[in-house]
Design a protein around this ligand. Structure first.
Ligand SMILES: Cc1cc2nc3c(=O)[nH]c(=O)nc-3n(C[C@H](O)[C@H](O)[C@H](O)COP(=O)(O)OP(=O)(O)OC[C@H]3O[C@@H](n4cnc5c(N)ncnc54)[C@H](O)[C@@H]3O)c2cc1C
Length: 370
């Protein structure tokens, strides 16, 4: 067994949330280790070739891949930051020790604080033959294309017209792949209309109130049957249509990746508005286990912009809890919280606001009970 390593703050996950958490904690003076299972830091950002919306403070107008580089460069070479890439945290023990796997060996790290920013996993959909080769999560298809230069197929049927389904459809087109249709179970497109218009202009039909009935093929996907849904989301018999396709991409939502926090015995509740099982946390993103903080999609499915702001709050708060203080701490913390409130204003933020209200009430309940 290798020796036990230590650090003040370990950030698990180097997506936009984790990178910002590490930068903020480091800027407060804390010693930080940031661990990511990917070879490159950046999480989802490294495959996002499109330009971001949002506010200037969260790099609006820049491509995700460039944001990843900018944030990672802030950490590389800094003597107070240890970067452990290609390393997966596989265990979170009762005494706070983390087990980290790299190259088939395990190292143990015992930090004083943990900031978990492990992101999300893609949801599956039940339909006939959903285990055929050629059925992908849209994020997996994006990884193949944008990170490894491999086309997932030649004719894709996309399920889901939220931002991910729309953006990945457009990127498939850019890679020379045909997208035969985008299906959406809701009666309206869920993603930004600017993304929807781009793919409609390219001649791709978006079929709202439709879902997949079955994929067909023997060794791999060769086609799919889709059908229409009534206002109660029941399939309408007789509305079936067949599409020839070698790939079915599922962009039907994400769920917070909570495995490590179950191990850490943090309280977790089912909050559908935030993507499913979500860790309870306070306004500083500290979970019900003192010293364990969260940020990003793990704290509720949202966007890279909000993930970065949450990372900032978690990083500042974790460092503060170790006794670090800077003149601008209060100003930075309240600015970040105000930015989050602004980001979540309006009709697009309603669902997340409702989810957070539920989550905070649940956290309060647990604390009162404790
Ligand atoms: C296809 C697609 C397009 C998107 N487009 C946009 C967009 O245009 N604008 C926008 O704002 N948002 C967009 N998003 C959403 C955005 O990417 C996410 O909200 C954001 O990346 C969440 O950041 P995060 O840091 O929480 O998680 P992630 O970016 O997912 O990073 C989590 C990191 O944790 C690592 N990790 C997980 N578990 C472990 C472990 N046990 N040990 C070590 N490392 C671990 C992962 O490898 C990963 O690198 C898009 C998402 C997708 C899937």
């Amino acid at each position: 067994m290798s020796s036990l390593l230590t650090t003040e703050i370990c950030v698990v996950g180097a997506g936009p949330a984790g990178l910002k958490a590490a930068i903020s904690a480091r800027d407060m003076g804390a010693r930080v280790a940031i661990v990511d299972s990917g070879v490159n830091l950046g999480g989802q950002l490294v495959k996002q070739t499109h330009k971001f919306f949002g506010s200037r403070g969260q790099f609006a107008g820049m491509r995700g891949i460039d944001i990843a580089k900018l944030l990672s460069d802030e950490l590389f070479g800094d003597p107070s930051v240890d970067v452990l890439s290609d390393s997966q945290v596989v265990g979170f023990y009762d005494d706070g020790t983390l087990a980290i796997e790299k190259d088939d060996s395990i190292r143990f790290l015992k930090p004083e604080r943990v900031i978990c920013a492990t992101g999300a996993s893609e949801r599956m959909l039940p339909f006939e033959n959903n285990d055929l080769p050629g059925v992908y999560g849209a994020g997996a298809a994006q990884t193949l294309m944008n990170m490894y230069g491999v086309k997932p197929g030649n004719r894709v049927l996309m399920i889901g017209a939220g931002n991910i389904g729309l953006i990945v459809s457009y990127q498939l087109l850019q890679a020379g792949v045909s997208v035969v249709a985008v299906l959406e179970a809701m009666p309206h497109v869920g993603g930004y209309h600017v993304h929807a218009r781009k793919i409609q202009r390219a001649g791709i039909p978006i079929l709202t109130s439709h879902t997949i009935k079955a994929a067909h093929g023997t060794e791999a996907v060769e086609g799919a049957t889709v059908w229409a849904l009534d206002p109660e989301f029941h399939p309408i018999p007789g509305s079936e249509r067949y599409f020839e396709a070698d790939t079915v991409c599922l962009a039907v939502g994400l769920s917070p990746l909570t495995e490590l926090l179950w191990q850490a015995d943090c309280k977790i509740s089912y909050v559908p508005e935030l993507g499913g099982h979500t860790p309870l946390r306070d306004e500083n993103y500290e979970t019900t286990r003192p010293g364990v903080f969260i940020a990003g999609d793990l704290a509720g499915i949202e966007e890279a912009s909000s993930a970065m702001i949450e990372g900032t709050i978690a990083g500042l708060s974790a460092a503060k809890s170790l006794g670090y203080q800077t003149d601008d701490f209060e100003e930075k913390l309240s600015r970040a919280k105000a930015e989050l409130r602004t980001f979540r204003q309006g009709p697009t933020g309603r669902k997340v606001r409702q989810g957070i209200a539920k989550l905070m009430a649940l956290t309060e309940g647990v604390r009162a009970f404790d």
